[in-house]
Every structure is written in C-alpha cells, then in structure tokens.
Design a protein around this ligand. Structure first.
Ligand code: PHE
Length: 341
C-alpha cells in the first residue's frame, strides 16, 4: 500500500507540472496515464495486492488520481480545440508581437525642452490650478476690476461662481508662488491656459505657456535680456538674433516683447515671419512694484523680472507647424512625425 501511495504522489507531481507544447505531447500524456496499458490501469491491477482492510482507502486514492489525470487532459484538449478553431495554434516559444508605443506630443516635447533649459540655470518648476480666482489671475497682477487691460484677454468665466475664471495665463501661478514664498524666487511655470477665441489656424481657445519669474536683490533688465538671450541660443541655435520692442503689460514696468530672427528663412523673408525677418516669441518686463506690494515683498529691497512665452509658438517655429488646430485633433499622422524626438 505504501508503495502504491508513494507512486501516486510522484505521478501527481508530474501531472501537476505538465504543460504540453502541442497536440503530440498531449496525446503522449494520454497514452502514458490514461491509455489501455497506462499508469492508471497498471495501478488498478496492483489493487489486488493491497490488504482488504486498506482497499477502500487505496481505491479512493486511485480514483482521485485518475480524476487528476483526466482533468488535466480534458483541460488541455479543450484549450487546443479552442485554439484550432481560431486558426493555427500559437507557438508560444516565439517572441511576442511588440505593442506599438505611443509618442510624446510635440507640445510636451517642446515644453520639456523649455523647462530643462531654464532648470539648467537654477529655475525650478511651479504649477497651479487651471480654474483660478480673480485675485490670482487678475487683481493681484495689478489688474483691478474694470481695468482696461482685462480686455486684452478674452476670459472664460465659470458659471457656478462669478469669482472663478479659466486662467488666461500662467502668471496666476507666479502670483501663487509669490504668495507662498519670499525672495529669492526663481520659477518657471508651464501649463495650459484658456481664452475665448474663435478657433482657427492661428488662434485657439486653449494653448500652453511657460512663464518665468525671478525676484531677488539687484535684478535688472540686463539680467532679463541675458537670460532670454541664453534661452534663445539654447533653443534655436547660436546664430539666432534677438530684439526687444517696448510694450505694455499691467504687471510689468517697463515691458517689452521679444522677437527672434526668423529661423526658417534666416531673415530673407518667408510666410512664418511675414517677410519681416523677425518673429515675436514672448512678452516680458520688470515686475511692477504694485504686484510685489500685493504679496508683501518690499519693492525698495527687491526687484524682479518676468517673461511669458507660448509653447505653441515655439513649436510652430521649431517644427514649422502652420495650423494650431493640429495640436488637439489627435491625428496620428501628425503626431507620429515627432516619434523620434
Ligand atoms: N502673461 C502675459 C500673457 O499671457 C505674458 C507675460 C508674462 C508678459 C510675464 C510679461 C511678463 O500675455
């Protein structure tokens, strides 16, 4: 009896570990265990050697062993039949079919580039909410209610709360940083912003910005120019020229807009630069003393600069994308072109 018991244990281990690769192996398994001269048959002929008082127990043991072998066989038979009915069976020894990986979105690629250029010179990343209150999006930025500069940005208001807007720029994140941190402050704020514009090749109701803010003692306009010039040479190459034009933003004084020499035609004139040789890429200026005061930063002690650039604009110049709508249409023929980046 003990030898019957031992044999069954050994065979059970074999059966449990068994995984056939193909139909032949499964058939061999059937013949070995369940065939007319198979192991189950052999063991049952040994039953006559078992002393009568142990026969009942041995019979049960043998029966469950038989069920184990049959169960294994039936399960694999079913699997093979299911596989066969769907066409040729799968050769599991072959390497798998690779799943195609997605690609980074061009705007994300460019945003990452912009962020890493500024990170190299000590800027850290700050992010903020897309649904913003009036204080952080407008009032604290020296744009009180009824200030005409609010009309520069066609704002989406949130109907549930008249105080809430979809942020029109990531300057709102700069406001939040100033609220929570004393100088020195050196942050870059990437993110999506919203403006109520009719969607066309040149305008969209949402787009992306990266805005920078640096506040410390003795920060000057020369620092701003040098930082932006560094950014341009890193992003577009050393031969790129910059020029600053006076401009107006309520939260900076003086304010400027910066153009770069057209990287597509090299200045000779093309549709990107509208035959001027220059393309505008950002707005900037020295942080307005009123804004510093709004966050309890003493403008007699600290000065700072800020700049805001559009990620779509940089991407358009870098990759000559001529229609803003392409960025949000999810057309893989467009998106796949950035696969290698
Ligand atoms: N917030 C401005 C805009 O969205 C850009 C800007 C940022 C200008 C910082 C000056 C300084 O148009």
């Amino acid at each position: 009896m003990s030898s019957l018991h031992e044999q069954i244990q050994q065979y059970e281990a074999e059966i449990t570990a068994f995984t056939p690769i193909d139909a032949t192996e499964l058939e061999n398994f059937r013949i070995r265990f369940l065939g007319t001269k198979g192991i189950v048959k052999q063991l049952s002929t040994e039953m006559k050697n078992v002393p009568p008082e142990q026969r009942k127990e041995a019979g049960m043991l043998l029966n469950s062993f038989k069920q184990l072998a049959e169960g294994k066989y039936d399960a694999h038979k079913d699997m093979q039949q299911a596989g066969a009915s769907k066409g040729p069976s799968v050769d599991i020894t072959l390497p798998g079919t690779p799943l195609p990986t997605g690609t980074r979105h061009p705007l994300r690629i460019v945003e990452n580039q912009i962020v890493s250029i500024f990170e190299k010179i000590g800027f850290s990343v700050a992010t903020g909410p897309e649904i913003e209150d009036d204080w952080h999006n407008f009032t604290s930025l020296n744009m009180p209610e009824h200030h005409p500069a609010r009309d520069m940005q066609d704002t989406f208001y949130v109907s549930q709360n008249p105080d809430w807007v979809l942020r029109t720029h990531t300057s709102s994140t700069q406001a939040r940083v100033m609220e929570n941190q004393q100088p020195p402050i050196r942050v870059i704020c990437p993110g999506r912003v919203y403006r109520n514009e009719t969607i066309s090749a040149r305008a969209h109701c949402f787009f992306h910005q990266c805005e920078g803010l640096y506040i410390d003692k003795d920060v000057s306009f020369a620092d701003l120019k040098q930082t932006l010039y560094y950014f341009v040479t890193e992003m577009f190459g050393e031969d790129t020229k910059v020029r600053f034009r006076p401009s107006y933003f309520p939260f900076t004084e003086p304010s400027a807009e910066m153009d770069i020499s057209c990287t597509v035609c090299g200045g000779s004139g093309c549709s990107l630069c509208k035959h001027t040789g220059w393309v505008e890429i950002l707005g900037c200026g020295m942080v307005h003393p009123n804004m510093l005061r709004n966050f309890n930063i003493d403008p007699e002690v600290y000065t700072g600069y800020a700049f805001g650039l559009g990620v779509e604009r940089i991407t358009q110049i870098k990759y000559q994308v001529n229609d803003l709508r392409l960025y949000s249409q999810n057309d893989v023929r467009f998106l796949r072109q950035f696969q290698s980046l």
